[in-house]
Design a protein around this ligand. Structure first.
Ligand SMILES: [Zn+2]
Length: 141
């Protein structure tokens, strides 16, 4: 038995995010750059929510960022989540300029702070899916 438990809901790759999941398996965090307005966005979508353009390119993120916001989820929750609580959900401000939702690891929930430097780590959950998570940054920034 490992310490990593399976998430209740495992993402299923689709045409728009398959490359994202393939990259995650190789330890790379990809973000989308719009071909129309050049805005970065995460999570992958087919069209840009700002200008509607369906063209994009992938940019490899450094994986470094800071905590923009966070919450700790407590009971009551759906039965499927009962053995997970309390767990954290973080909003990370990536240094590239876009934000993403993830979970903090290698850090007690009561030590998560807004503005703290974090870096991405990759957690394999199935053969298909590796999830990017974040831990307190260890490298000098
Ligand atoms: Zn756009």
């Amino acid at each position: 038995m490992t310490t990593q438990s399976k998430p209740v809901v495992v993402p299923v790759p689709s045409d728009e995010d398959r490359e994202y999941w393939e990259a995650a398996k190789q330890g790379k965090l990809l973000i989308q750059k719009c071909g129309g307005c050049n805005r970065l966005r995460h999570f992958p979508t087919m069209g840009c929510p700002h200008c509607g353009t369906m063209k994009w390119t992938w940019v490899q993120a450094s994986g470094k960022g800071t905590i923009y916001s966070w919450i700790i989820v407590h009971p009551p929750v759906l039965p499927a989540f009962q053995d997970k609580v309390p767990y954290n959900v973080i909003l990370v401000q990536l240094e590239e300029g876009t934000r993403m939702i993830s979970n903090m690891v290698e850090c007690p929930n009561d030590q998560i702070k807004i503005g703290m430097p974090v870096e991405v780590v990759f957690e394999k959950v199935t053969e298909q899916i590796t999830l990017p998570k974040f831990r307190p940054a260890k490298s000098a920034r």
